[in-house]
Design a protein around this ligand. Structure first.
Ligand code: 5AD
Length: 462
């Protein structure tokens, strides 16, 4: 059977920011081939599924989505189906056996090879591209990324992970750390700023473990260099590892006002005993001390974290320590998950009693309700404050806009429907607060006429 060159593609993305960026890189390569995006699977003749394997549920989802797309392929045999992301890496050849009509498999470190892989498919070969080439061989497609959105540009600085957290599958799906050279990173950020992006998000599994391969300059140096670039309004980075966060990095928050007063700092547990079993390499004392120094460097900094409940051997007492940590730190938001056993991870061999599912469920709910109370109080204290809001989208209800405060809180406010301000910075006063969002109103007296248009990244048509 000859395969027609595809005309329309669809990329479905699951998982973290790295996957989001990988999907943008996949899309850009296809668009360079003249293939256009569509959000309608019926119209697509090439579908890429970018999968996540961090928890079992996400990995299962990948196979059930593949199953659904196979049904489409039964009706339209010309449809090409590519399996990408962390589950694809994990499964490799197995994926082709399990799903015989898959057309190709691409692991996260091989995303830059999509065009060649597609060409091979068109001459009959079904390529499985997994594994971890050296950084020098990775194609970042920097200048050609089809950046989605108008305001936030994501930039990979380090790929993979060398940590040995016992619960985590990522080191096996994204491979060992590979650092991108400083100059590469700076020129990609410069490029995005020149195209009008206002916010830059530096990405890495352990972003603050980055080092320049040539000079060994560390992440504090990189933050300083990036934050000093002209035209950068907001700089964020994810995900930081507590033990690798040096005082020089903390100091950058005081030094550069365009580094957002927001930090995601996964702690995973409030119990030192559990942290040890997780292989995190720090105790809660280090974490509390770091939080204190961050708050000194940038008063009002909003912090978020990741928590796993029900890790093997976690007792009620351990869990109570996690609740105590939440009460003490008072995070602006918390991402909490039930422990999910992952293939090949060391936690499977810990010889610790499993936490019964009912207990893990109850712990998760207890944690969520405590955090909801904390968040409600924190957000209520913001009523009356004015924030410079980066407008990210039209709001759900007509006549509203949605944006983010510098501390990364979602805020909704009314706007003039005749005009889109997406990508602009607007001063907004908080009027009401909910646990997960704020409601505000614009504070400019003659708004929208008096908006400082010179600060907008997009031509504003009024
Ligand atoms: N089970 C549950 N949660 C996990 N995470 C990573 N691995 C697991 C697992 N096996 C969570 C951690 C991590 C976040 C991205 O996902 O909290 O920080």
């Amino acid at each position: 059977m000859t395969i027609d060159f595809p005309k329309r593609f669809l990329v479905e993305t699951w998982g973290c920011q790295m996957n989001e960026l990988d999907s943008q890189r996949l899309s850009s390569q296809l668009m360079q081939e003249g293939i256009l995006p569509t959000s309608d699977p019926q119209q697509a003749d090439l579908i890429l599924l970018n999968s996540c394997s961090v928890r079992e549920k996400a990995a299962h989802k990948a196979y059930s989505r593949l199953g659904e797309y196979r049904l489409l392929k039964e009706k339209r045999p010309g449809l090409l189906l590519g399996f990408c992301g962390c589950v694809a890496q994990q499964e490799g050849d197995q994926a082709l056996k399990r799903v015989p009509d898959l057309d190709f498999v691409i692991g996260p470190a091989r995303v830059g090879e999509l065009r060649q892989i597609l060409r091979q498919r068109l001459v009959g070969k079904r390529v499985v591209a997994t594994g971890f080439p050296d950084a020098a061989e990775r194609n970042y497609d920097m200048d050609t990324l089809s950046r989605e959105g108008t305001h936030k540009g994501m930039v990979t600085i380090i790929e993979g992970c060398n940590k040995k957290c016992t619960f985590c599958i990522v080191p096996s799906t994204r491979g060992p750390e590979q650092n991108r050279p400083l100059d590469d990173i700076l020129s990609e950020v410069r490029h995005l700023l020149d195209f009008g992006f206002r916010e830059i998000e530096l990405l890495g599994q352990t972003v603050n473990h980055w080092r320049d391969p040539a000079t060994s300059a560390d992440f504090a140096v990189l933050l300083d260099r990036v934050a000093s670039l002209d035209g950068l309004d907001r700089l964020r980075f994810v995900t930081s590892y507590p033990r690798d966060f040096t005082q020089e990095m903390v100091d950058q928050f005081a030094r550069h006002s365009n580094i957002c007063p927001y930090l995601h700092l996964p702690v995973q547990s409030g119990s030192d005993r559990v942290l040890k079993m997780m292989g995190r390499g720090y105790a809660t004392e280090l974490y509390f001390d770091l939080i204190e120094r961050l708050r000194k460097s940038r008063p009002g900094i909003a912090l978020s974290t990741d928590i796993i409940v029900g890790f093997p051997g976690e007792t009620e007492q351990d869990f109570q320590l996690t609740l105590d940590l939440l009460s003490r730190v008072r995070f602006a938001s918390v991402y909490a998950f039930k422990y999910s056993p992952r293939p090949g991870t060391a936690a499977l061999r810990l010889n610790q009693p499993e936490v019964p599912l009912e207990d893990a469920d109850r712990r998760l709910q207890t944690l969520f309700s405590l955090q909801r109370e904390i968040q409600t109080k924190i957000n209520q204290a913001l009523v009356g404050e004015v924030f410079e809001v980066l407008v990210t989208s039209l709001g759900k209800s007509a006549g509203t806009l949605t944006g983010r405060t510098p501390c990364h809180r979602v805020i909704h406010f009314e706007h003039d429907t005749a005009t889109s301000y997406i990508g602009s910075l607007i001063d907004v006063k908080v009027e009401r607060a909910y646990p997960h969002s704020l409601i505000g109103s614009t504070v400019l007296p003659g708004w929208p006429e008096q908006i400082d248009r010179s600060r907008s990244s997009l031509p504003i048509v009024s």
